[in-house]
Design a binder for this molecule. Structure first.
Ligand code: ATP
Length: 353
């Protein structure tokens, strides 16, 4: 089956530095894909290659099965929104949006009508005649989005569109962009280095590292079934315990044995056991001494509003464990630093990497 957009073995170097190395990615109709990764991993370069501003050294770029690598950006018919709003300061919001329609050869009357429709779509109907300087950052970014969407692009490309905005505006625009994307069904690729943004907006997250795709999957897959230590460490927080594989479903951490889900690693292999802080169970000392339970000393707690973060020293495992508990969590009495508790690392919650 042909995907809507396919990247096959895309590679790119700048001088001696290999920035993208064998990128294979298929994007399906209606999908919202986020390219996520640390600074310098190559996500912007990849987006620029899709957009046509940059040319790949190797590989293929197919849209509906047709090679578009040779097409200049304007001929691709893609809408692009950058971090800086890049609006024309001397044009009003409505004129900025209409500007995006020029290449389609639309008549002035049609352009004005479409521009009003798009302003409506992004909730700025009342601001049509304002100049960028009279609009807030969030409003300017909505105009930029409307301008990109006005010509009915075949693909929407977003390069860190929210990172210049303050936290509250960013959070509300996240939801708006996601809802708009679903309503229009427009295939969208967004670059971000913000994992929360990627997890909350994307249908599929493509986590990049050093010019390669480390893992691509739904937000839930990346969070709950990370395939590598890098993914486990980059997406959310994870306690990592150095371990040795004892059998298909058991590992040793220091002198203790932990039961885990079946692993594909060989007996004797060195591995890492990961567990998310919110999956660590904290009980009163002496309670629940089943499998994977260990005594631990509470080092300190941190108030996080609806949750409490707790740092625990677990001697049998030889490491500090971070746990995250509901704010009203009790272990008989309130959690007091230095008190002893029992923790359980549930078998189903362990990732062996
Ligand atoms: P960031 O989040 O910091 O923007 P990124 O993952 O988007 O990072 P890119 O901008 O794609 O990363 O850059 C990847 C690497 O390629 C970096 O090391 C960068 O310095 C280098 N690079 C990007 N563009 C060029 C260029 N035009 N010339 C030389 N090197 C470049």
């Amino acid at each position: 089956m042909t995907s809507y957009l396919s990247l096959r073995g895309v590679g790119k170097s700048f001088g001696a530095s290999r920035v993208l190395d064998g990128i294979d990615l298929d994007v399906e109709p209606g999908e919202f894909v986020c390219l996520l990764g640390p600074s310098g991993c190559g996500k912007t370069t990849l987006l620029r290659i899709v957009c046509g501003i940059e040319r790949a050294d190797q590989g293929q770029l197919l849209l509906n099965g047709q090679d578009i690598a040779g097409l200049p950006p304007a001929a691709r018919g893609f809408g692009v929104v950058f971090q800086s709003y890049a609006l024309f300061p001397n044009l009003t919001a409505a004129q900025n949006i209409a500007y995006g329609l020029h290449p389609t050869g639309a008549l002035a009357r049609e352009m004005a009508k479409r521009s009003r429709e798009m302003l409506d779509l992004v909730g700025l109907a009342a601001h049509a005649d304002k100049y960028p300087v009279q609009l807030s950052g969030g409003q300017q970014q909505r105009v930029a989005l409307a301008r990109a969407l006005a010509p009915n692009p075949r693909l929407l490309l977003l390069d860190e569109p929210l990172s210049a905005l303050d936290a509250q505006v960013r959070a509300s625009l996240r939801g708006e962009i996601r809802a708009l994307q679903k309503r229009l069904g427009i295939v969208t690729i967004m670059v971000t280095h913000d994992q929360e943004e990627a997890l909350s907006m994307a249908d599929r997250v493509v986590l990049m590292h050093d010019g390669r795709i480390e893992q691509a999957g739904t937000p839930g897959e990346l969070y709950h079934r990370p395939r590598t230590r890098f993914v486990a460490g980059f997406v959310g927080r994870m306690n990592m315990l150095p371990a040795t594989v004892l059998a298909g479903d058991r590992v040793r951490v220091r002198d203790s044995e932990l039961h885990c889900a079946p692993v594909a690693l060989q007996v004797g292999a060195q591995a890492t056991v990961g567990i998310r802080p919110e999956q660590v169970v904290v009980r009163r000392f002496g309670d629940g001494l089943g499998a994977n339970s260990f005594a631990a000393r509470l080092l300190d707690t941190e108030f996080l509003g609806n949750r409490t973060a707790a740092r625990l020293a677990c001697e049998p495992l030889g490491i500090e464990i971070e746990a995250e508990l509901p704010a009203d969590h009790r272990v008989g009495e309130a959690l007091v630093p230095s008190s002893m508790v029992h923790i359980e690392l549930p078998q189903h919650a362990l990732s062996v990497l």
